[in-house]
Design a protein around this ligand. Structure first.
Ligand code: WT7
Length: 635
């Protein structure tokens, strides 16, 4: 029996059992039957969470782009691999077939080589959602270079930090980008970042908005002429299964972002397998994930997972509100999208606009709806179900993380009965555990605790680039022999999981994972600021918004608060990006601290959320008087 495509609930339970009772046999079968290897593995899995060290398919050799492109050529070479839908609806969509994708990736790979990029080198990709983004990712993988995609909404400072952390030799960018009615000077941001990045030797620039930009002699090259001259075939570099495929940064509870390292073989197997099952993808389907390739969702479920299955995947350059809030539905109708995957924050923003935009479009092609990135509230879930899926398309609420590489807890549509706000059951091979505060596993149903994973899965991140100790401390030290996710969860009476949100200093705003520490570090750079603390508070579109408590230095007192607020948000925009701006900023005389000097965020969170009836235990507070003051002046 092939376990590659699960179609009903009994089959799920049966395959799940097999996958946890005998993981190596299970994954070996999946890997063997559905992928192209240049050499098979010597060992399916070796692992030790105390080091931590995890290796899947060790000894195997492959190139992921052969799996994503070459092996499809003789059976579906003319099939569309990527549909590019531009920002401006008047501009024609592009359909890139697997044959064309092969040629484009090969040419790009040859350009990289000509520019001196070799296996193992890091290449930073800072591009908008244009075809060159997917193509450059695959071109890196073709030659074994490690891509580090940085979301093109990050600021020059954030970009420079990431380039330097991975010592990237090259940056791939564009002259600019379109975002709704706006254009953004991407190349200007890169130029600014590069004043601080001695490791970068060259920059490739794609033309998108045709503006007159500065090109640094000897460093910057227009991409197109190089592609035109490049040879149309490129022999793939043969990689080890455990060779790094990419680095992707995620925020953490200290200032520096964490460069999560994903490797080749296991990542490929798991993202492809989850894609097939969680979207029930069939050969003629058109699949659309609205995420940006700058996030893990885009890596795994716009590029690698879909292409590995020979799917047609849509890349959308624009935003849901341009030219109006009907844009998503117009695209669904135009390309007859069968699987639609988006974030709760987008659903809430669209729901706010009412249903008239939906009613103008034929959404009957939709078979599966997905959500990811943050907990989905009941109201948004029902709006999505009623109005987009017309109660006929199951919703897959997929819980996972940058670190997990692929979906971890999710329904399998048409197999798992869904339940609003529940991510439901662990995917095949995933062994979750809920832990109590004393480090003990909570067994049984109708319980809640901290969500851990007990057993390795193929697409887990292997380390943090350049800092294995931090990887161990962050994920493998809180609970013995378990991967700690940073999330809380509950398990209901039938064993379904509901993710309740972060239990650490990470706040999810509009589906973006933001650490409080880097934002506080940015604020504290303002000359008038003494100290600050950031917490999240509930927001009806963003899920959470940011609330900042700021104490001023003596020199800052008496300054106009509105101006200070603007300046603080300006610094945050420069250091991180506009996604991290604060919705509310309260100036306070002090911050509530424990005797050991730790800020008591729990209290600040309650005040920001207007939930002050019970502040909990405040007996360890050093300065209880500031709490009253903060409450009296809360925004
Ligand atoms: C955090 C990871 C995985 C791709 C996008 C985010 C939250 C993610 C869900 C969900 C509730 C979710 C968690 C997780 N999260 N999906 N379906 N329900 N919460 O990746 O930026 O690494 O963020 O997003 O808190 O830990 P990320």
């Amino acid at each position: 029996m092939s376990n590659y495509h699960i179609k009903h609930l009994e089959e799920y339970y049966q395959v799940y059992r097999k996958s946890v009772q005998n993981p190596e046999v299970f994954w070996e079968e999946i890997a063997e039957e559905h992928f192209m290897w240049r050499k098979k593995w010597d060992n399916v899995l070796s692992w030790d969470f105390t080091k931590p060290e995890v290796k899947w398919f060790e000894g195997a050799k492959l190139n992921i782009t052969e799996n994503c492109i070459d092996r499809h050529l003789h059976i579906r070479g003319d099939k569309t691999a990527i549909i590019f839908e531009p920002n401006n609806p008047e501009e024609e969509a592009q359909h890139i077939s697997y044959h064309e994708l092969h040629e484009k990736v090969c040419r790009f790979a040859n350009v990289l080589k000509e520019q001196g990029i070799q296996k193992g080198d890091r290449v930073c990709i800072y591009l908008p959602m244009i075809p060159e983004l997917a193509i450059s990712v695959l071109a890196c993988a073709r030659i074994g270079a490690i891509h580090s995609v940085v979301f093109a909404g990050f600021s020059s400072t954030a970009l420079a930090t990431r380039i330097n952390d991975a010592t990237c030799k090259m940056v791939i960018t564009s002259d600019g980008s379109y975002r709704g009615a706006k254009t953004i000077d991407l190349k200007g941001i890169v130029d600014e970042a590069l004043t601080d990045c001695p490791c970068v030797e060259s920059v490739l620039v794609a033309k998108r908005i045709n503006t007159d930009i500065h090109m640094e002699q000897g460093r910057d090259h227009w991409l197109q002429p190089l592609l035109d001259e490049a040879y149309i075939d490129c022999v793939p570099e043969i990689m080890n299964a455990e060779d790094p495929l990419f680095i992707l940064y995620t925020s953490g509870s200290t200032g520096k972002p964490k460069g999560m390292v994903h490797t080749t073989g296991g990542y490929m197997v798991y993202t492809a397998y989850t894609f097939k099952n969680v979207f029930q993808y069939k050969e003629e389907d058109v699949y659309w994930c609205t995420a940006d390739i700058g996030w893990i969702t885009g890596h795994s479920y716009i590029v690698y997972g879909p292409l590995c299955n020979g799917a047609t995947t849509v890349m959308f350059e624009g935003v849901p509100s341009y030219p109006d809030f009907g844009r998503f539905w117009e695209i669904v109708e135009k390309h007859k999208v069968n699987q639609f995957y988006t974030a709760p924050t987008a659903i809430r923003a669209l729901a706010k606009e009412g249903v008239e935009h939906l009613e103008k479009h034929d959404l009957s092609s939709i078979k599966v709806l997905g959500t990811v990135g943050e907990p989905i509230n009941e109201e948004a879930w029902h709006w999505y179900d009623d109005n987009v899926g017309k109660r006929k398309a199951p919703i897959v609420d997929t819980w996972w993380q940058t670190e997990t590489g692929g979906m971890m807890i999710t329904p399998i549509p048409y197999a798992t009965p869904t339940k609003p706000t529940y991510a439901t059951l662990p995917f095949i091979g995933i062994q979750p555990a809920l832990m109590d505060e004393n480090g003990k596993e909570i067994k049984g149903n109708q319980v809640d605790g901290r969500l851990c994973i007990k057993f390795p899965w193929p697409s887990m991140a292997r380390t943090i680039w350049g800092n294995h100790q931090r990887y161990k401390d962050t994920y493998f030290s809180a609970y013995e022999n378990k991967y700690f996710t940073g999330d809380g969860a509950l398990r209901d009476e039938v064993g379904y999981y509901r993710i309740t949100g972060r239990v650490d200093d990470v706040i999810i705003v509009s589906g973006h994972n933001l650490g409080t520490a880097p934002i506080e570090d940015a604020i504290n750079e303002h000359p008038a600021v003494a100290e600050s603390a950031i917490v999240g508070f509930p927001h009806d579109v963003k899920g959470n918004a940011l609330y900042g408590y700021v104490t001023l230095k003596e020199t800052g007192e008496g300054r106009n608060h509105d101006n200070l607020r603007k300046e603080i948000n300006q610094i945050i925009t420069e250091q991180i990006g506009p996604i991290a701006k604060l919705d509310k900023i309260q100036f306070t005389s002090g911050l509530p601290k424990t005797r050991s000097g730790k800020i008591m965020r729990r209290i600040l969170r309650k005040i920001a959320g207007k939930d002050t009836s019970n502040l909990g235990d405040t007996s360890t507070l050093l300065n209880p008087e500031v709490v009253q003051d903060i409450m009296d002046n809360a925004l």
